[in-house]
Design a protein around this ligand. Sequence first.
Ligand code: NAD
Ligand code: GLY
Length: 364
Amino acid sequence: MPDLNVHLGDRGYDIRLAWRALDEEFARFASVRLPAGKTALLSDANVSPLYGDAAQAALEASGREVHRVTVPAGEGSKSFERLEGVLGELLHGRLDRSASLVALGGGVVGDLGGFAAAVFMRGIPFLMAPTSLLAQVDSSVGGKVAVNHPRAKNLVGLFRQPVGVLVDPATLVTLPGEEFTSGLAEAVKTAVILDGALFSWIEDHAGGIRSKTPDDLVHLIRRCLEIKAAVVAEDERERTGRRSLLNLGHTLGHALETAGGPSRFRHGEAVAVGMVFASRLAVETAGFPPAEAARVEALLDAFGLPVRIPEGFEPGTLLEIMRADKKNLGETIRFVLPRSIGEAELRGDVPESAILPGIEKMMA
Ligand code: NAD
Ligand code: GLY
């Protein structure tokens, strides 16, 4: 039985979450959700050697012909060039409109693979098998698929929902420590915007989470996915402002990623700095209690996430990049600001006079 469902009518889908689900349940999960044609198994150079053979065997168990496509690991693969390369490989493997794609990996493989599937032959079904914490708590659900433009992150993309998501937290055992930590930022984000009880639970279980205790990981991921699925069902295309809340910390975060390039910040790390910035702005302009802002910063810091902008960034440049953020309306920079832990809102009324000095105060 699937654990969760993203309720989107005929675009709705199940999320299966279980320890060792990749080994024990993937064959059945995929066989009833993917068409019988060829299947591209997209992964990256780190994940493919670890989990690619098991995933391929599961797909082949239902008689499918599997075409493996492996991209270099890292954010650099969310590029036009890599997209073209993946599409070229699908053509080379003679995949046609009856084909499907499985994205096995972190958020990069999910975003790139979903985008490739959405545009190949005007769209083939795809299934997400996320293997990083970030992808398991956030990016694999919701259908935002994209590649980066050199001038801004995720600027070229689509909303295209997968046909299913299979989450196996046991894969996190091999996830490098910094990548695991980066994913924790998105989990903390989910709690700050929509679930104060989850935030307290994370504070109380920080040790078990850090040591990757199965029960704690499953609980954390399940609650984040429940929240994400509900938000996506309410506002699939980010029209009402509800889904925009998931962008807490992303306004400055994306600017840091764009200005610094992938080598300076992992996505979750940049979001962590952005959350501290948003919390401080919220204290100044949205009545967020200072003690709650301090809790947010303390939790991120306790997980080893960055909470300041390091040397080498220019506040004016970051502000300019923030002006191109997708949440903005015209010239107004819009921020997601917490009102309390567990409640946030999208605000377009942050005075310009608070933004630049706010960035300057975040410099290490
Ligand atoms: P990633 O995909 O680059 O994965 C991080 C690293 O971990 C990579 O080196 C990868 O090879 C490795 N890895 C993944 N799983 C592994 C495993 N089980 N064992 C060993 N190594 C493993 O990065 P990410 O942090 O997963 O995702 C970041 C991306 O997600 C960014 O591009 C961001 O913009 C995007 N994102 C998208 C959404 C969305 O809604 N679509 C939401 C949040 C973030
Ligand atoms: N991660 C933001 C969203 O899915 O909307």
